[in-house]
Design a protein around this ligand. Structure first.
Ligand code: MOS
Length: 764
């Protein structure tokens, strides 16, 4: 007997962790009550390149309550470098700040002060007198001394996708276009500041830090500290925003652990907002050259995409979005090349939709420019160049609903008016406002990694699920609970989900929007084991009502076990028959395209994700289309975005509520990346100058008008058994181009360098 409605995959469900978050009982890294903590504060470098020549700590040490000051002089090689993640390591940067006197970038950690209170530590950190021998730094592109290297030379994992003969095809094309675009440096700025709490209990280290990769952190720290990974426990149940910034281990964590060991006391460190700009990762600025050749009917003859990205001196970081942009449209002659530019900067990293956001901005802007040159509707241009096979290897998409998304969004947006009456830029006005309508496409890889889970069905028919997955705010807790509810017939409020803990069975890092697909498929497997044990026990029980039945005809639903003819018994009774206590199942899921040894690697914290464009037999992506209305004031050039519509197809939607929240958040971030966000760099000092939330522009409510998300139904039974594609990073891709395209339609002015600032519209 049950009164709760059947919940499962596809049921609109509030977050199961929502109440804890809004009532303040969810604890984050810095909130953890530990016994008698000491407090740390970082001091960071004021130069970008050179050496430390002196550290005078007399005044700092003279403050009452200062416990220790760690610098390169007393740390040195006692913390090991750790490998950069791109070389199968765990680190977001190979720069080891307190290894020696060398300064690699502005804002590098040069000291960690530990004191009895946070205030004393901060005071002492500011009283350190540090002198440098400064060399002239290279800030980025075009700076003397920066060094450009082809991505293919920098990394054995990088290949530049190409097919056919782009050069000759372009030369012979009747319609040609060749344009440059650029995107700025951006910082994630999660609202939860970067923080770490470490405590040792004899040999065992516990780390409370918001992390997208608890296993990776555990093994990476063990390597850096020279301890047994079995003695490192990383706990991260809640994450106050991540967006890629907490995926790789940064240098502060080992420092805090080291300090706690030296002092024999728990240590807490909260990194200030400005220090977070240089001690964690960020999205590097990019440049693009796009060259398109087309027939007069709009079909693409050739496509060339060259990209340049800034990175640090030592690390070959790259996002290389040409993997995606060369696979969006039908085209037989494609060339691409990515280069990285080493400068005196901290190592960049991954930020929401790392490759796609900048690279699709370039391609989707260029497609709009091509449509204009052809005097063609931009939606029509996408239709003409649609394909069911990716052009590089000719592999089929598992599913591709790009045009359904364009159609759904166009209808909702009432695009037909622009198509028929308002094609020319500047053709719609209202009082002093110029109105523009624009659109763009998005695509995002469906990647999956191996995952292990434990599901325990307790005698009272409540469930516990355990896996070291992460909820970066996306709703992973709820997606996991819904999968269990779906498969075991238990209501969501009877399901406890435990994640974000390196003592649990391993799950992939929360990156490339893989968590729901990777973890829920493993959860479904574990639930299937439990179901079949319950059904077999029922069929074997001669006294029971299902005696002698084929177990395959028995199913779980609404806290009952039942057969095809509607006979049922309470789930608790069925559990009691199958077990003396709880029913426990452990399951591993190894997705298509992932080598069988990937599970072993995952148990050592090494990530193996497969999908998107890197499979041998097929290609798997989610798609979408974004339509934007922009208003520009004739006189002041004030820019407003009153309306945005996005339609997306991402396979089966596990929780429509959190999916919509991810997608609308993505659209807002897309507007932000077009109009607001940029980290400004002082070229002379290679320094980020707006390293705070007051001057790093982000949209507020007043900047965002109506946001409409449409989820286009899509069934894909190839991607994985549950048919789930990732969507966390889908909606902020392309949106920046849609805004620029709408802005052009309003004003006739094409902005190819983000962000769009009012002054760029005033330039003539
Ligand atoms: Mo995401 S930037 O792949 O964490």
């Amino acid at each position: 007997m049950t009164t709760s409605p059947m919940q499962g995959i596809g049921t609109d469900t509030p977050r199961i962790d929502g109440r804890r978050k809004v009532t303040g009982t969810a604890r984050y890294g810095a909130d953890m009550p530990v016994n008698s903590p000491a407090y740390g504060f970082l001091r960071t470098s004021s130069i970008a390149r050179g050496r430390i020549t002196g550290i005078n700590d007399t005044e700092a040490r003279g403050l009452g309550g200062v416990l220790e000051i760690f610098t390169y002089k007393n740390v040195g090689d006692r913390i090991k470098p750790g490998k950069f993640f791109a070389n199968q390591g765990y680190m977001g940067s190979s720069i080891v700040p307190l290894a020696d006197d060398r300064i690699w970038h502005d804002g590098q950690i040069v000291a960690l002060v530990i004191a009895e209170t946070f205030e004393t530590a901060r005071d002492a950190a500011h009283r350190l007198v540090i002198t440098y021998d400064e060399e002239k730094p290279s800030a980025g592109f075009d700076s003397p001394g920066s060094e450009t290297v082809a991505a293919a030379d920098a990394s054995k994992y990088h290949h530049d996708p190409s097919v056919g003969d782009e050069d000759s095809a372009f030369a012979a094309s009747p319609v040609k276009l060749s344009l440059r675009y650029s995107t700025p440096t951006q910082h994630h700025n999660p609202i939860e500041l970067f923080s770490t709490t470490c405590a040792w209990n004899a040999e065992r280290l516990t780390v409370w830090e918001s992390s997208q990769n608890v296993y990776g952190f555990r093994f990476g720290l063990a390597e850096q500290l020279g301890v047994d990974p079995g003695n490192v426990h990383v706990i991260s149940p809640f994450i106050g925003g991540a967006f890629g910034s907490r995926g790789s281990l940064t240098q502060r964590t080992a420092l805090v652990a080291f300090a706690a060991r030296q002092l024999q006391r728990p240590v807490k460190l909260v990194v200030s907002r400005d220090q977070g700009f240089t001690t964690a990762t960020y999205r590097a600025e990019t440049r693009h050259q796009i060259r398109l050749g087309a027939q007069r009917d709009g079909s693409l003859v050739s496509l060339r995409h060259e990209g340049w990205e800034v990175t640090s001196r030592p690390d070959p970081h790259m996002v290389a979005g040409t993997d995606t942009t060369t696979r969006l449209y039908d085209c037989h002659n494609i060339a691409s090349r990515v280069s990285i530019v080493h400068a005196d900067r901290s190592t960049p990293g991954f930020m929401r939709s790392p490759p796609e956001l900048p690279y699709l901005f370039a391609l989707e802007s260029a497609m709009d420019e091509l449509a204009l040159q052809l005097n063609m509707d931009p939606v029509e241009l996408r239709r003409i160049n649609d394909t069911k096979k990716e052009p590089i290897k000719g592999l089929p998409y598992t599913s591709r609903s790009l045009l359904s998304c364009f159609d759904a969004a166009a209808t909702e947006f009432d695009w037909v008016k622009r198509r028929h009456h308002h094609r020319r830029p500047g053709s719609i006005t209202e009082g002093d406002w110029l109105i523009g309508l624009g659109c763009a496409a998005t695509m995002y890889p469906t990647a999956m990694g191996p995952a292990a889970v434990r599901v325990v069905l307790l005698p009272d028919a409540s469930v516990k699920v355990q896996t070291a997955a992460h909820d970066v705010g996306t709703g992973a807790y709820t997606a996991i609970a819904l999968t269990v509810a779906d498969r075991l017939g238990v209501p969501v409020n009877h399901i406890a989900v435990e994640i974000g803990d390196s003592d649990l069975p391993p799950a992939p890092a929360a990156g490339v929007s893989n968590t729901t697909a990777s973890v829920c498929n493993a959860v479904a497997k574990a639930c299937a084991q439990i179901r079949s044990r319950i059904a077999s026990a029922a069929a074997k029980d001669r006294q029971g009502r299902f005696a002698g039945r084929n177990p395959a005809t028995l199913s779980l639903g609404r806290q009952t076990l039942r057969d095809g003819s509607g006979r049922e018994e309470p789930l608790t009774q069925a559990i009691a028959r199958a077990s003396n206590g709880a029913l426990e199942a452990y399951a591993e899921n190894i997705p298509h395209g992932v080598k069988p040894n990937a599970m072993g690697k995952l148990y050592r914290g090494i990530q193996t994700l497969a999908g998107g464009g890197d499979l041998d037999d097929r290609i798997q992506f989610a798609f979408g289309a974004e339509f934007v209305e922009v208003r520009v004031h004739k006189l002041t050039r004030e820019i407003r975005v009153p309306r945005i519509v996005g339609a997306f197809a991402a396979g089966r939607i596990v929780n429509p509520r959190t999916a919509e929240s991810q997608l609308s958040g993505g659209l807002i971030w897309g507007i932000s990346s077009a109009l607001h966000e940029a980290t400004e760099i002082d070229e002379r000092a290679a320094r980020f100058v707006n390293a705070d939330l007051a001057e790093y522009m982000i949209p507020v409510n007043a900047d965002i008008g109506s946001v409409k998300v449409i989820m286009v139904p899509e069934k894909d039974d190839q991607v994985n058994p549950l048919g789930i594609k990732g969507l966390g990073e889908l909606a902020n891709v392309g949106t920046n181009a849609a805004v620029c395209n709408a802005l052009f339609h309003a004003t006739g002015k094409r902005i190819r360098d983000l962000p769009i600032r009012l002054e760029k519209l005033l330039e003539t």
